[in-house]
Design a protein around this ligand. Structure first.
Ligand code: FPP
Length: 227
């Protein structure tokens, strides 16, 4: 049975709708969503999870209106500083994973400084920014071609952003949509999927516990059959 997942991935969807329901701008929802990040990550770690990976900005999100993208980028930088200060105290290592070449110099500087502070942490919080699963595979394949390594599952894994980490056991998507949206495509091969209608800013500790209970009841067969 499932037990406690070592690695949880979360697609934090529904911030915009959460704000619209309150007659507020979408940015209000993103802010509320970012304030939920630390609470949920901490709770997962308290339950024994080792790695939490959050989808904060997909490579496809660049196509959103310019104003929303700018607000999101600003929020990510701002929130990362707050998150890193708490992470240092709580023994959490923050990684920002994804393409760096399209982020502003200012955000890249914040990312480098803030993540470096947390490098001693034992539990891992991955924040995906300008991330897409297909893009990650292209990046890994190019690295293999450059190094002349053979294409094997092991070698591909070494060049993914999540190299050295266990694959996600559980992927949660909030906000009612039932799809992966280019999230950890390669690593998700045997992940258990959990979808909830709850919008991300409303996804609290009790909701995470529900997802963990559901995971614990799953029978994981990895393609084998019961003997
Ligand atoms: C999807 O909701 C959410 C996003 C595109 C952004 C998620 C980012 C955060 C919660 C900020 C996280 C901050 C850190 C530092 C990790 P949506 O806007 O697509 O909502 P909708 O589906 O209701 O429109």
């Amino acid at each position: 049975m499932g037990g406690i997942p070592r690695h949880i991935g979360i697609i934090m969807d529904g911030n915009g709708r959460w704000a619209e329901k309150r007659n507020k701008k979408r940015s209000y929802g993103h802010k509320a969503g970012s304030e939920n990040v630390q609470k949920i990550a901490e709770h997962a770690f308290t339950r024994g999870v080792e790695v939490v990976t959050l989808y904060a900005f997909s490579s496809e999100n660049w196509a959103r209106p310019k104003g929303e993208v700018e607000e999101l980028m600003h929020l990510l930088g701002d929130y990362l500083k707050k998150l890193a200060a708490k992470a240092v105290k709580n023994g959490i290592k923050i990684n920002v994973l994804g393409r760096k070449d399209r982020l502003s110099a200012k955000l890249n500087k914040i990312v480098a400084e803030q993540t470096a502070k947390t490098s001693g942490g034992k539990r891992i919080l991955n924040i995906l920014i300008d991330y897409g699963g297909r893009g990650e595979l292209v990046h890994a394949m190019n690295a293999l071609v450059e190094s002349g390594e053979t294409v094997t599952e092991e070698n591909i894994g070494k060049h993914l952003y999540t190299a050295g980490m266990p694959d996600p056991d559980l992927i949660i998507r909030t906000g009612g949509e039932v799809r992966l949206s280019n999230f950890l495509l390669y690593q998700a091969a045997y992940a258990e999927l959990y979808f909830t209608d709850v919008l991300w800013p409303d996804f609290d500790e009790a909701e995470l516990d529900k997802a963990l209970e559901n995971f614990a009841s799953r029978e994981r067969r990895y393609g084998k059959i019961e003997c």
